[in-house]
Design a protein around this ligand. Structure first.
Ligand code: IPE
Ligand code: IPE
Ligand code: MG
Length: 250
């Protein structure tokens, strides 16, 4: 739980108070990384998993509040069943191997998405990881699994509707809707990074990214190093966010 001091953060060319609170990453390009190296797509996904440790550790040490990682979308079921199987096996392996280190780094794991639809073997490790880290107070690590933003919004709308009906009211308020999102209670997304050069959102956090900054680095996810992440954070800090208003010193 060694959070960097302000000076250490400055040595990276970053300013502590201006760091994003919530970073969301679309970890794309495992398949193309593998293809370029004449490896199997499975090898690409494995290399992708190997990048998690560095990015999570750095986010945690920098004192970022939330890191949301897109690991499996509601649309990824369209892939061949052997690839889906590989991804599930990697997931089980990841949680089994990494849980102790995540726990000791005070990381709190939350799964966002309809993970209850996964097979019991997958569900069990996921639920164990969430339970084990429930009391941790450091980085909120949201792993998006069987996640789709449209499904999340619809789910929240239905739950909010039930609440409204139960309370005999006739209007859904914004805070009520937001309270049913998987990310409820966490800061809005400040920065979205999608690796591999693709410039699209692919059904990720549509509501939560309303005022986020976007970065589309060219590296495939397995090549997205800690240095590339730091460099993305530096670009983020150079952006001027106006939220519909005017520049502060304009
Ligand atoms: C991202 O890499 C990982 C998942 C979607 C699970 P891809 O598998 O989408 O890699 P590309 O886009 O085919 O290169
Ligand atoms: C988005 O990547 C989902 C994840 C990274 C988990 P995809 O590779 O599935 O997205 P598309 O198909 O290129 O839009
Ligand atoms: Mg892809």
């Amino acid at each position: 739980m060694a959070t960097y001091s302000e000076e250490e953060i400055r040595a990276f060319g970053l300013v502590k108070e201006a760091l994003p609170k919530h970073v969301a990453v679309i970890m794309d390009g495992n398949g193309r990384w593998a293809k370029a190296k004449k490896l199997s797509r499975s090898a690409g996904h494995r290399a992708g998993v190997d990048r998690l440790r560095g990015i999570i550790r750095l986010s945690s040490d920098l004192g970022i509040t939330s890191l949301t990682l897109y690991a499996f979308s509601t649309e990824n079921w369209k892939r061949p069943s052997d690839e889906v199987g590989t991804l599930m096996a990697l997931l089980i392996e990841y949680f089994t191997k990494e849980i102790d280190e995540l726990f000791s780094n005070n990381v709190r794991i939350r799964i966002i998405g309809a993970y209850e639809e996964f097979a019991p073997t997958v569900r069990n490790v996921i639920e164990r990881a969430m339970k084990r880290t429930e009391q941790n107070t450091g980085l909120n690590l949201n792993i998006a699994l069987n996640y789709g933003s449209r499904a999340e919004i619809l789910r929240a709308a239905n739950l909010a509707m039930k609440q409204v009906v139960a309370e005999g009211k006739d209007e859904i308020l914004a805070e009520m809707l937001e309270s049913y999102f998987y990310t409820s209670g966490q800061p809005e997304v400040d920065l979205v990074i999608r690796t591999s050069g693709e410039q699209r959102i692919s059904n990720f956090l549509l509501y939560q990214i309303s005022y986020a900054e976007f970065l589309f680095p060219e590296e495939y996810w397995p090549d997205f190093t800690d240095e590339a992440y730091l460099s993305a954070l530096r670009v983020y800090q150079s952006r001027s966010r106006r939220f519909g208003g005017l520049e502060e010193n304009a």
